[in-house]
Design a protein around this ligand. Structure first.
Ligand code: RFL
Ligand code: PHB
Length: 390
């Protein structure tokens, strides 16, 4: 098999890259380790920045999102139960859209297949070769035996646990990392969301988040210990904890019900530099991870592939390597700003066991300043709705 851009990973980054390249007349093949059903069912991100929504709409992926997505002009921050609203729309003229990653993924897969795109699912033992030469390739195994895809470029869109980043020789890549001493426990429930907008809660007992997927489907998270066991968290205990952390107003009105999904997610900040190695380019979670607090992960993946698709278009259309040569630097500029925001927001909202009382007082002062000062709210809002594409 031969193509122009061989893409490892069929998550949002790989699918969107393939879609954007197709629109530029550039051929690509996606090689994905999992099944289509698995990729479509993975419940993750829920919040799309305005720029992400605009890009999807401009490239023909906006119809269902416009019908089913929920446009939010603000978010709430609950500080020890007292709620404050940040008016994103008034502060920035922009909003965010609640439309699940599962739905973005389904729309992208449908668009790729309708356009005759190739997505190889259930590829085993995927490996990348020759990215320092002019003849890179991707190899994998299927029930029919070993397969090989020759390409001009490899796009490593295979997420944090993929093969592309670890294939780079250690001396050529530098990884910056910060881990957090807690996890998030998330549930999905067929209940009416407790509020029209998201509520991020900072409470003495720990962080909580009230989010949603639709008017009838709620998504909640609570901060939990690193050694959390799901068996210790029956639904009843999660609802009780949410009521405490979200505050009395939410506790009085929250609709509870059985969880239909329950999972634990770690929090990490990671950046690998650079994002280009000869003819291989990393994009999305393959190159960086943010803690979910800022709702930036999926949006960063979108921003990366937007820049990368332009770079490939410049190469194939104009014969110019300028875009390719500047990809890593351009992408990383935005990545580090999203890292800063995600780290900062996480640091203000979570409970740090063993921290001196001074640290909690500082958090409360930060949050009071954030919700009370227009300048601070404005700085927050422009980050939350998404900084401009670099
Ligand atoms: P993905 O989605 O991980 O996709 C990578 C794909 O590569 C495949 N793969 C391989 N394929 C071939 N060979 C291999 N060796 C492979 N290894 C892996 C995988 O099967 C997969 O299909 O990365 P991508 O495309 O870069 O997309 C990134 C986003 O998924 C991620 O950043 C977000 O989900 C993060 N995130 C959030 N982002 C937001 O923008 N807003 C949010 O509200 C938000 N909430 C979240 C989140 C992530 C969470 N978790 C579970 C970490 C909430 C949570 C709880
Ligand atoms: C979600 O709905 O899954 C979600 C929303 C906002 C976040 C993280 C996750 O910051």
């Amino acid at each position: 098999m031969r193509t122009q851009v061989g893409i490892v990973g069929g998550g949002p980054a790989g699918l969107l890259l393939s879609h954007l390249l197709h629109r530029q007349g550039i051929d690509s093949v996606i090689v994905e380790r999992r099944s289509r059903a698995y990729v479509e069912g993975r419940i993750r991100a829920g919040v799309l920045e305005q720029g992400t929504v605009d890009l999807l709409a401009e490239t023909g992926l906006g119809a269902r999102m416009a019908r089913e997505g929920l446009v939010h002009g603000g978010i709430e921050i609950a500080i020890d139960g007292a709620r404050h609203r940040i008016d994103l729309a008034a502060l920035t003229g922009k909003s965010v859209t609640v439309y699940g990653q599962t739905e973005v993924t389904k729309d992208l897969i449908e668009a790729r297949l309708a356009a005759g795109g190739t997505i190889v699912y259930e590829a085993d033992e995927v490996s990348v070769h020759g990215f320092d030469s002019d003849t890179p390739s991707i190899r994998w195994r299927t029930a029919d035996g070993p397969q090989e895809l020759h390409c001009d470029f490899i796009a490593g869109c295979d997420g944090f646990h993929g093969v592309c980043r670890p294939s780079v020789p250690a001396g050529r890549i530098r990884t910056y990392e910060r881990v957090y001493p807690f996890n998030w426990l998330g549930i999905l429930s067929q209940t009416e969301p407790v509020s029209d907008e998201l509520i991020y809660a900072s409470h003495d007992r720990g962080f909580a988040l009230a989010s949603m997927r639709s008017h009838a489907l709620s998504r909640y998270y609570i901060q939990c210990d690193l050694d959390v066991k799901l068996d210790d968290w029956p639904d009843e205990r999660i609802w009780d904890e949410l009521k405490t952390r979200l505050g009395p107003e939410a506790a009085a009105t929250i609709e509870t019900g059985p969880s239909i999904e329950k999972s634990v997610a770690p929090l990490r900040s990671v950046v690998a530099e650079p994002m280009r190695f000869g003819r291989m380019f990393l994009a999305g979670d393959a190159a960086h991870i943010v803690p979910p607090t800022g709702a930036k992960g999926l949006n960063l993946a979108v921003a990366d592939v937007r820049v990368l698709a332009e770079a490939f278009a410049e190469h194939f259309r104009d014969g110019s390597s300028a875009g390719i040569d500047s990809y890593s630097e351009r992408a990383l500029k935005r990545v580090w700003k999203a890292q800063r925001f995600s780290w900062w927001f996480s640091a203000q909202l979570h409970r740090y066991d063993g921290a001196e009382p001074f640290a909690r007082r500082l958090q409360l002062a930060e949050l009071d300043y954030l919700t009370g000062s227009e300048a601070a709210s404005h700085a927050f809002a422009e980050n939350y709705v998404g900084l401009p594409f670099g």
